[in-house]
Design a protein. Structure first.
Length: 340
């Protein structure tokens, strides 16, 4: 139960964005226009999750336009993830191969964004809109990195995870941790910090081992905290891709011991981030104008994700009964493939 969860160490202050109300209204309009959410049961679940509040916690200093854009990205990623994690599509990689190929063609600019003899799935319509609004003014090296991370997310979620489920493969902790940063699309979200903050980090910074460590550690904190809070839901769905589950499986720990183990590792990663942050700011005082907001974006991701996870009913065991029938909130129009 939720009240049994160990405390997760997070030394960063809780904040929120003053434009959350506007973002909620914007999201309601955007999901209607793109067709991402249609059925009453899906709309109810969407509204309960309160993604507007989530994005406001994660990007507390963003202006209204940037907050709306990144909120749309969050919703797109969450709804695609639901399709792959909660339903039968997550066990059948071949059933989503065509739509993923169309998404990849949109990202790399080689395709028309169309499926032969079919209406475009809502996720493709929404991705085309997001790509057009996000990338035009971005630096070429940022677009290339963002495209790589987005493509890796799609391929890892639809090939590696679904392949494991179909074959009954339980990954090692080490393999899972490396893949988790991609299946959680957290690298995609960290890339968006530059767009939201209006900064451009040179490639030399992205290649700096201290920056790599800061990104990796903050990504781990976000992903593992999500695993802690979503553990009960994912157990109900038989999901193996969760660090708490894998710790129990490989180490033979009980539930509470596994939860405490993961929370201890989260604290270690938080300290690793803080050390890398201090080293970066010390090494590049002339780039503090760019590094400070970038690192602050990582901080607010760790804090905001934790605060939202604690309050959203999306992971609440009290509402876990809804996960017994994911077909009631998963819509075929999202990926254009029926959940049957």
């Amino acid at each position: 139960m939720r009240n049994e969860l160990p405390d997760i160490y997070c030394p960063f202050p809780r904040r929120t964005n003053p434009h959350v109300g506007h973002t909620r209204v914007h999201l309601d309009s955007w999901i209607r226009n793109t067709g991402l959410v249609n059925h009453d049961s899906a709309r109810k679940r969407f509204e309960q999750a309160d993604f507007g509040s989530f994005v406001g916690m994660v990007h507390p200093t963003a202006d209204r336009e940037s907050l709306a854009l990144v909120a749309d990205w969050f919703v797109w990623l969450f709804l695609v993830d639901d399709q792959l994690d909660d339903g039968v599509l997550g066990h059948s990689p071949e059933r989503v191969r065509d739509v993923v190929a169309v998404m990849r063609s949109l990202i790399d600019g080689t395709g028309t964004g169309a499926l032969p003899d079919e209406d475009l799935p809502a996720a493709v319509v929404a991705l085309a809109d997001l790509w057009e609004r996000t990338t035009p003014n971005a630096a070429a090296h940022w677009r290339a990195r963002f495209a790589q991370h987005l493509t890796t997310y799609l391929m890892t979620a639809t090939t590696w995870e679904t392949g494991n489920r179909a074959a009954g493969v339980v990954p090692s902790e080490e393999t899972y941790i490396a893949k988790r940063r991609h299946t959680g699309a957290i690298h995609v979200c960290m890339d968006l910090i530059e767009i939201v903050a209006g900064i451009e980090a040179p490639e030399s910074i992205h290649d700096d081992p201290r920056f790599v460590t800061a990104v990796e550690a903050s990504c781990n904190v976000v992903c593992w905290a999500n695993d802690v809070y979503s553990y009960e839901k994912e157990q109900m769905l038989g999901e193996i891709h969760n660090l708490v589950h894998l710790v129990r499986h490989h180490r033979g720990y009980g539930k509470q011991q596994a939860l405490e183990h993961v929370c201890t590792r989260i604290a270690t990663e938080t300290d690793r981030f803080l050390s890398a942050e201090a080293a970066l700011l010390s090494a590049y005082p002339q780039l503090s104008w760019m590094l400070t907001p970038y690192l602050d974006g990582m901080r607010s991701w760790m804090r905001g994700n934790l605060d939202w996870s604690r309050q959203t009913p999306r992971y609440s065991p009290a509402d876990a009964g809804q996960y017994e029938k994911p077909q009631e909130y998963l819509e075929a129009t999202v990926l254009g493939v029926a959940q049957r």
